[in-house]
Ligand binder design. Sequence first.
Ligand code: NAD
Length: 285
Amino acid sequence: MEKNRRIGVVGSGTMGSGIAQVFAQTGYGVVLLDNHPEALDRAAATIEKSLGRLVKKGTLGAEQVPAILERVTRTTKPESLRECQLVVEAVFEDATVKTEILEKLDEVTSPDTILATNTSSISITELAAATQRPDKVIGMHFMNPVPVMKLVEIIRGLATSDQTYAAVESLTRELDKTPVEVQDYPGFISNRILMPMINEAFFCLMEGVATREDIDTVMKLGMNHPMGPLTLADFIGLDVCLNIMEVLQNGLGDDKYRPCPLLRKMVAAGHMGRKSGRGVYDYAE
Ligand code: NAD
């Protein structure tokens, strides 16, 4: 595999598997790393299933699938990422874990490798400071599900160079995605706007302005959103929504971002949304 056609992806969960898939579909060799071998196996199965759906829809030829799958190499060894032109990290949203990963990537990859992070809310500038190459660290915020969603927010840390930005922008276009340039402020654009809307929906529910169904219906039919904000919160995870509201409140220092007490209460009760079987709605069955 030639170096300038090789991409590393660290973390093979929901986002990492999708990111690996779109690069492989574009013809890149992908080195997919996770510290849990079973997560790598799950990712391989997820990619295969997702490609199968594209074949069914007629957007991908069945004959292309084996080559795409072959382009993805699975590994648990960071050293395997050495020759990648870009490594995108998509591990848990935890600043300590991500900092450790960036330090490791800085150590094992070639000095000209660009290190991108798919973080939803952690400062790119702060993560970049953990490396000796802050000019080559950048945010590449894909949306879920990655193979379907067109947007990539590209976030410039304080030290990100124009050259790094240009390289990542061009790669994003190659993936047939639309890049948007964003400066490094809490929540970037997507979550800075989306999360306060979801939080406000919780305030409406808490104050008894309307039922959960009616709040969702207003935003679906009135604003043409594909999904109501409370349904969306269940999808994202209420704990994730709460965490991002706290990042906005702390990072921007403005109480207009205060998390709704009902959101806090539901997270405290373990009602995290779809993933826990119960959130605003019940998914028990
Ligand atoms: P996930 O929990 O599905 O996957 C995380 C993966 O990282 C797991 O497979 C885990 O084994 C692996 N991992 C954890 N620590 C590791 C380590 N030290 N070394 C190697 N692998 C490690 O998470 P996700 O939903 O894919 O989210 C990943 C990132 O993407 C987060 O930063 C999140 O904020 C961001 N993000 C998520 C979404 C979303 O909708 N899920 C959307 C945009 C951005």
